[in-house]
Design a binder for this molecule. Sequence first.
Ligand code: ZN
Length: 429
Amino acid sequence: MFKLIAIVVLAISTAGAGYFGWTQKKLGAAATEQVAELTQKVEEADKKVEATEVELAASKEMLPPLMTKAQELEAVKAAFSTGTVLKDLEAVYAKEKKGISSERQLGLAGVRLLTNGTKDPATVEAFQKALEMTDWKGQQKVICAAQNALAAAGEKVKVMSECAPEAPAGKEEKKNDAKVAPAEKADVKDDKKGDKKGDKKEAHGPADTHAAHWEYEGAMGPENWGKEFPICGKGKSQAPLNIKGPFEKVRFSVAPDYKQGQLKIVNNGHTIQVNVPNGSKIRIDGKPYDLVQFHFHRPSEEHIDGKPSVMVVHFVHKNMEGELAVLAVMLREGNENPGIKTLWTHAPKAAGPEVIPDGVMFNPVNLLPKEMDFFHYDGSLTTPPCTEKVKFYILKTQVNISKEQVTDFPFKMNARPIQPANGRPIYTN
Ligand SMILES: [Zn+2]
């Protein structure tokens, strides 16, 4: 039956069961909590009947729908917890020659999440990344595909009205009422730890609950990313590239319009990343893209004429259509960089949640050079899931960072090796 689910998922749309599962999981977690809360309320109320008769009635009325939600969650969990669906999907996608769409990536990441549980930070992170890569329409497609597939396979899953043939556009509300509850509670009873660093990976049991974990070295290093994330291995437009001529000329420019905002900084176990509040933009050939986040690699992932720089900053932008554009600023060893000084002061040394230092403002423009001349090529995310159709703009002018600041960066090496160009042109303005 699991195979059936996987096949139906593939047949109905281009997706897997990801976002739906995740949303339901969160909904389910919230529902389970509310059920527990209400049950407690009912019990308490039972003790002092006179006083709370009305409240009790209301509570009892609310119980059945919540119970239904909790049961739906069980059905979803049961369908995925064995890992068979994940294996089937991975097998099918591994055969794809051209790489898979962001929707499929999202589906795959979601199935992985449902299989591995939410305790593995790499799995959760990969899912969130896939989610970020997919626009709302794509997400809805994934949700519908999953719901229809599970329903077709005989699971007790409600299919959203938006998934009916002449679907009116469902909006954000669906997401918002998925209150983020401690997702762990709704977890499959798998005992996986999936801790980022240090502790050894456990042997993978026959139940095949392998975590989608990745690193920059060793068995989980870049040469092996493709095993868990097919595009990383099979993609034909992967990044980074070695930048060397001959170049093709383009006539447009890139024009940043970054704004100062509250600093939000995170050590996600792979890099230091600054999450940027709304309002910062860049115009590329006149088209606006929002700056979403920026992060660092050491050494630079991009090489120029075969040589890396000591570090690079990647400014990640997304436009209305969900297309990604990365502006890369190479850092060379020189004077201390005051912008980076602020960032390093607040950057957590170890992986953990986002930090929002009280009243600390930052303007990303502080990390840009004045000259915006660039090299450009079509690439991919340089971390799993390595999704393609990411436009890269590498500034020709480099920016200083001091030797001490380089050594203070908590990652000794977090750069993906150079990828084959496969005939892709490199442009320059
Ligand atoms: Zn990067």
